[in-house]
Design a protein around this ligand. Sequence first.
Ligand code: AMP
Ligand code: FE
Ligand code: FE
Ligand code: ZN
Length: 286
Amino acid sequence: MRIDLHAHSHVSDGTEPPADLVASAKAAGLDVVALTDHDQTAGWQEAGAAALELGIGLVPGMEISCKTELGISVHLLSYLHDPSHPGLVEEIDKARDARITRARRMVELLAEDYPVDWDMIARHSAPGATIGRPHIADALVTAGVVRTRTEAFAQVLTARSRYYVGHYAMDPVTAVKLVREAGGVPVFAHPVASARGRVVGEETFEQMIEAGLLGLEINHRDNPEEGREYLRAIAAEHDLIVTGSSDYHGTGKPNRLGENTTTVEMLQRILEAGTGTAPVGMPELS
Ligand code: AMP
Ligand code: FE
Ligand code: FE
Ligand code: ZN
């Protein structure tokens, strides 16, 4: 069984429509894939239909943008939650709206030095997509400033850059509680991805676990090996679900589908804990 529980479509900052992402997962030899777009679930239906048609399991999911009191960014994966839970919907809508204002401001700042404008962002994103720095990166590529998204992040768009603007996001403890209320399974995404910026300390892990966190995404290319050992110790101590995933973004990132995978046992724990929505087209898992 090959199971990859973290992938993005163009409903957020991936480059493929949800149905194409599912087809790519099938072509990559996966048996189960999760669609985890940033801050929204608009791709679930299309992905579900494609999964049934192609004969691959789909776990509907989402990656929620969060921010701690200290301003540290946390990404929380949620699997199988009720997509219409009012409290959760209100918060992710707020974050998505804030992302647009923030991206407009970043483009204004960038336009002082580079030939980019808001129309380019609009052209580089699917209608209604969750707008992120990757879309701004695409505009910089089109403008010939950099060659790839990766270069754009390395040279222009880091969190330390003078063009960087933050945006509203709920705190991770609230997010964990809301996901549980919505019948979802909260899993801390790439928790020690220090190359992306500051990461949270032990206290935040404790608070999130106390609030109902159920898993840690340990096998992810952005978690350095030392960090993984630390995460394995936390997972063992609290009997948490452990996942491994690609964080595929289509052609937007080097991450390949199936480059990290999750065991059947761990997927079964997710399926048992998730009560807000049903998985689609699951293969026999034993
Ligand atoms: P944002 O949430 O808008 O601040 O942007 C963060 C997003 O950018 C994450 O979802 C990543 O997928 C993406 N990202 C971060 N670093 C890179 C990189 N080096 N190359 C391409 N995409 C990246
Ligand atoms: Fe992303
Ligand atoms: Fe993430
Ligand atoms: Zn992701």
